[in-house]
Design a protein around this ligand. Structure first.
Ligand code: ZN
Length: 233
């Protein structure tokens, strides 16, 4: 994904001017707040979201107590790829993980737009492959990589998409998203603080050294970025 801070949505920015204007004329810029639930697994999706400076967690729920985050969607992509297939049913629960704004588009509007020959259709086809790759990476990552390396990956992925230098989260939530015990997250976060990679205070993480986090992160962080560059070209 692009390294710069989000000021707008990359997929929309890349559209030819006429196509972009047509889509935005039918889109609504909406505020989204931390932990808002914008989608439920198994339910039909009514809207697509093109994040501007917010980002979403895609969460797979095994049972009432067991959830795991499988992908993040921010300004580099679109939430709602399932809208473009026949069922229109959401495969994941979706929570707002970083507050901010997004362009919201009704399903019918998106489908009408995709019926036109244009770049958006190609982009969303490619972006669906990006999401599939991220979900596959996350499944393997959860099995094979150490908690500290996965935490570093998650912090970098979130920081890439956030409109702020600060990330709001609790260690309990992080443990739940990464599928590990809270004490494991506490230990990994403490080590990162001791080595000057992050500060953590009252549910707010500030990243102090991206270079240090990149060195600490598992290979999945670079793999996700490489997949985005290759698939979206
Ligand atoms: Zn990994």
């Amino acid at each position: 994904m692009p390294p710069q801070r989000p000021l707008s949505n990359t997929l929309i920015d890349q559209l030819p001017a006429a196509e972009r204007a047509r889509l935005l004329a039918r889109a609504e810029r909406v505020p989204l707040h931390l932990m808002d639930e914008v989608g439920r697994a198994g339910q039909p999706a009514a809207f697509a979201y093109f994040p501007i400076d917010c980002f979403f967690s895609l969460i797979h729920r095994l049972d009432a107590l067991t959830v795991t985050e499988v992908a993040l969607v921010g300004f580099e992509g679109m939430l709602g790829c399932e809208l473009t297939v026949a069922t229109g049913v959401q495969p994941f629960q979706v929570m707002v993980q970083g507050s901010g704004f997004a362009w919201r588009v009704e399903r019918a509007v998106l489908l009408r737009e995709l019926a036109n020959p244009g770049l958006l259709h190609q982009q969303l086809d490619r972006y669906m492959s990006v999401i599939l790759r991220q979900v596959a990476n996350s499944a393997a990552c959860n099995l094979h990589h150490a908690t500290s390396a996965r935490l570093a990956r998650w912090l970098l992925m979130s920081d890439d998409r956030a409109g702020s230098d600060e990330l709001q989260m609790t260690q309990a939530f992080l443990g739940s998203m990464l599928g590990v015990r809270r004490v494991s997250i506490t230990e990994a976060a403490r080590l990162m603080q001791d080595t000057g990679l992050i500060s953590y205070r009252r549910g707010t993480v500030r990243i102090l050294s991206r270079a240090g986090l990149k060195a600490a992160a598992c290979t999945c962080y670079r793999a996700d970025r490489k997949a985005y560059r290759e698939l979206m070209q």
